[in-house]
Design a protein around this ligand. Structure first.
Ligand code: COI
Length: 359
């Protein structure tokens, strides 16, 4: 395992003034999911066939890249998404950062990139969160979204892996991902564009998975939908995932979600909600779900780091719209969300050791 050689340089002075109680001076009640530049970012480099070393915090700002960097030319890049939360007792916590570190390693192997060790990754995330502590929203007002990036920053003209890589982390305070807030989503089943294909990179968090979804997303939004639900690219028959999150359906005491077999992102929230659901006594199946099954479901909901756990109010497929009741206080979605949030906020026991304190 590579040595951790990063150091905290907290003598760097942040760019904005401190507000009351050590918080940044922003209106915490109007946070959405946009970029609010914070004070510091973390940067660590390595050459091909070497290990990452000597990471450090630097002031948040633009980075300089060769125009021939492989991330710019060939999309050799990965990202992660995670959140730092401030609890009522002042403790700052991360949720399962080891899962993000491991997912980045698996993605890096697929994209022919070296990756930071799990310890390096978690140490760097903690440093970034602590250095930007004043941007971690007050309890109940959101979280600090942390975005680790692994980029091919060395130059290559021919299609090849980069000779140099950069691991970068920046952070931004956020609240709800969707403009709907926590209200139910109206999904459009996309049957012309695919998100991922067999043998591709849909199962890792490659940067290239997202730009391809902009057009279908824009079309769906223009028609009044919240987001797109993709189908598998082989049969155009089985549901896969939404642009930014995984999907679950509920039928009586059984909860089903598509299996992660290479075309679906193995979400950390997805994995955690499966455990929470089993704790609640639900049967959870990871299996292919034909789009027609949506018509029979009692409920549907989405999970993701950015979106958290959000109910689906309707799904439209080839002109047919199915609606789900989402106002029931005892809905499965609400039950699972409230347990998941209570673990994160420290209100119920974290029996699996998911939470990692950073202060
Ligand atoms: C996340 O949930 O962190 C994601 O990666 C979704 C993102 C594309 C907004």
């Amino acid at each position: 395992m590579a040595a951790i050689s990063s150091s905290i340089s907290l003598s760097l002075s942040p760019t904005n003034g401190h507000g009351e109680n050590g918080y940044a001076e922003i209106d915490w009640d109007s946070l959405g999911f946009g970029l609010t530049p914070t004070d510091y970012m973390y940067k660590m480099k390595c050459f091909e066939n070497e290990e990452f070393t000597e990471g450090q915090l630097i002031p948040f700002g633009n980075i300089e890249l060769s125009p021939a960097a492989t991330v710019l030319n060939y999309g050799q890049g990965l990202f992660e998404g995670m959140k730092a939360i401030r609890r009522e007792n002042g403790k700052l916590v991360l949720f399962r950062p080891d899962e993000n570190a491991l997912r980045m390693q698996i993605g890096a192997e697929r994209m022919c990139m070296p990756s930071p060790s799990v310890d390096q990754f978690i140490d760097a995330v903690k440093q970034t969160a602590l250095a930007n502590k004043r941007w971690i929203p007050p309890p109940g007002k959101g979280s600090l979204y942390i975005r680790p990036l692994l980029l091919g920053t060395g130059a290559a003209l021919g299609v090849s892996a980069a000779p140099e890589y950069t691991f970068l982390i920046y952070a931004s305070p956020v609240r709800n991902y969707f403009k709907e807030g926590t209200a139910a989503l109206n999904l459009y089943v996309e049957d012309q564009f695919d998100r991922a294909s067999r043998g591709g990179v849909g199962g890792v968090k490659s940067i290239s998975n997202y730009a391809r979804g902009l057009k279908p997303l824009a079309r769906a939004k223009a028609r009044g939908f919240s987001d797109v639900l993709y189908l598998d690219s082989v049969n155009g028959k089985y549901i896969e995932e939404v642009s930014t999150c995984n999907i679950f359906i509920v039928k009586e005491k059984t909860i089903s979600t598509p299996p992660t077999k290479g075309t679906i992102l193995p979400g950390v929230t997805r994995k955690s909600i499966i455990d929470v659901a089993r704790d609640h006594g639900f049967e959870v199946e990871e299996r292919q779900i034909a789009v027609e099954e949506l018509l029979e479901a009692d409920e549907a909901f989405c999970t993701g780091t950015a979106v958290v756990v959000v109910p689906v109010g309707s799904i439209t497929y080839q002109g047919k719209r199915v609606e789900y009741h989402t106002t029931d206080a005892n809905s499965v979605c609400k039950k699972l969300l409230s347990t998941y949030a209570a673990i994160q906020n420290g209100q119920i026991e974290d029996k699996r050791g998911w939470m990692v304190e950073i202060n």
